[in-house]
Each structure stands twice: as structure tokens, then as C-alpha cells.
Design a protein around this ligand. Structure first.
Ligand code: AMP
Length: 249
């Protein structure tokens, strides 16, 4: 089984994002960028399936600027076999990404495509679902367990208030949730080995995908600042404040 994994280069999850003064987006200059955390989980799952003898090849794809090569290298150091960078400096909105992935799926013919459930920069939670629709494939979203069997894959999904297990006919799309696994750190020898693994660079025009934005960001604002706390002298005072000021009890 060949697995295709989509990895996005995003602002590192440890960075405190700052909104640009003109409210058109967030500050990206001199900000640490890393692989989207849900995509690390996607790579880890693919590598585990390969280690368990259930996958034969792992191809990682990133759509973004030249620097997204680093993100692909990280996935290669974790154990993926080769990478494809669809290089563009355009904003990568979910529909264009899904169309790009569709074109690559048609070329690469994977049995399973694994994506993150959402990219932590735009929080769209759309790409996997759009890709499944464009391909006419089954999808298992928010996966916390993935078990391939003959011609199918069982996906346990994190749904409100519980877990749902579905069986998907392959080929299929899976999107990862936080509890699927804990991604490994790449070891130094594997980082060195990854330098030799191939990354193909593809021009989006060659795939015939139109990257012109369909969605325009009107405004981005910081969340409201937290008000300072107060110390109370007694439980009675706390209860009175919760009842009369916060009105939560
Ligand atoms: P989103 O729909 O933007 O929240 O993204 C969901 C998932 O789609 C991500 O976790 C990635 O697996 C994949 N994805 C989104 N954008 C890109 C991109 N530019 N390059 C590669 N994968 C992407």
C-alpha cells in the first residue's frame, strides 16, 4: 500500500502570533515556521504503518514556498521515502490545495492519503474533506486509530462525546486527530539519511491548478485581553462575587 501524506509549513505552535498593525493577517517576518502538528501525526502514522509491514512507500507532499523543502525534509527524517514540493508563493487556500493533491493522487495512485484534520494557521478544516469529494473517495476524519485490512481501513473517529469506528473502502482519505499517536523526533542519523532522499519540485501550472484566492480575509484581530484577577478573603466573598458580579451561579 502506497501512502501519500500532505504536510503544511505553518507558524510554529510555540510562537505567540502577533496580528499585523493593519489587521490584514498575522506577522510572518522572522517567525519560526515548522510542520503543522497534525501533519506530524499524519507522517508518524504512515511511518508506523510502514514499520508494521502494512505500507510499502510513503510520499510526502507540501504546497508552498521553496522553504517548505525543510518541512518535507523533516518528514523524510521521520521515515517517509520521498517528497514532492509544489512550489508557489501564492496563498494556499484549501480548495487549491485539494485540487493540487487530486492531480498528484491521479499521478501517484496511492491507496491511502493522510492529512491533518486542520492547519493551525488558518484552522480551515476543509482540505481532506474537499479532496475526498473531488476524488469521490471515502473519508475518515478526526482519526484516533487507523487499522488497515484487506481492501479496507477501519478508522476510529473522535466525535462529540465519544468514539465512532467506521470501515472505509480503499482508496481512502484519513485526517488525523491529536490522540492518534505521538510523533517521534528524528534522530541525527536519520536527519543525515534524509538529506539523500529525493524531493521533486513541481510547478503548479504543470498541474493546471488555479491558485487565485476564492476567499478574501477582511480583518484579523487579537482575542480580547484577559482582565487581571482579584484575590478574595473568604469562600463567602468568592461565592458572593460569582453570584452577584460574574452571575455564573
Ligand atoms: P486545512 O483544511 O487548511 O485546515 O488543512 C488540513 C490539512 O490539509 C493539513 O493538516 C495538511 O495535511 C493539508 N494541507 C493544507 N494546506 C496544505 C499545504 N499548503 N501543503 C500541504 N498540505 C496542506
Amino acid at each position: 500500500m502506497k501512502i501519500l501524506v500532505a504536510v503544511k509549513r505553518v507558524v510554529d505552535y510555540n510562537v505567540k502570533v502577533r496580528v499585523k498593525a493593519d489587521q490584514t493577517g498575522v506577522e510572518l517576518a522572522n517567525v519560526k515556521m515548522s510542520m503543522n502538528p497534525f501533519d506530524e501525526i499524519a507522517v508518524e502514522e504512515a511511518v508506523r504503518l510502514k514499520e508494521a509491514g502494512k505500507a510499502t512507500e510513503i510520499v510526502v507532499v507540501s504546497i508552498g514556498p521553496a522553504a517548505a523543502q525543510e518541512t518535507i525534509r523533516t518528514a523524510l527524517a521521520m521515515g517517509a521515502d520521498r517528497g514532492i514540493l509544489v512550489q508557489t508563493d501564492a496563498e494556499t487556500q484549501p480548495l487549491a490545495v485539494a485540487k493540487t493533491l487530486k492531480a498528484l493522487v491521479e499521478k501517484e495512485q496511492p491507496q491511502l492519503v493522510v492529512l491533518g484534520k486542520q492547519a493551525i494557521d488558518d484552522d480551515s478544516n476543509q482540505t481532506g474533506q474537499m479532496l475526498a469529494a473531488l476524488l469521490g473517495w471515502a473519508q475518515g476524519t478526526f482519526a484516533s486509530k487507523v487499522v488497515p485490512a484487506d481492501g479496507t481501513v477501519a478508522v476510529t473517529r473522535e466525535v462529540d462525546g465519544g468514539l465512532e469506528t467506521v470501515s472505509l473502502k480503499l482508496p481512502a482519505i484519513v485526517t488525523t486527530d491529536l490522540r492518534l499517536n505521538e510523533p517521534r523526533y528524528a534522530s541525527l542519523p536519520n536527519i543525515m539519511k534524509a538529506k539523500k532522499k529525493p524531493i521533486e519540485t513541481v510547478d503548479p501550472a504543470a498541474l493546471g491548478v488555479d491558485f487565485s484566492p476564492r476567499v478574501k480575509t477582511l480583518k484579523v484581530v487579537e482575542p480580547p485581553k484577559r482582565k487581571g484577577g482579584v484575590k478574595v478573603a473568604s469562600v463567602q466573598e468568592l461565592v458572593a462575587k460569582l453570584r452577584d458580579e460574574a452571575r455564573v451561579i
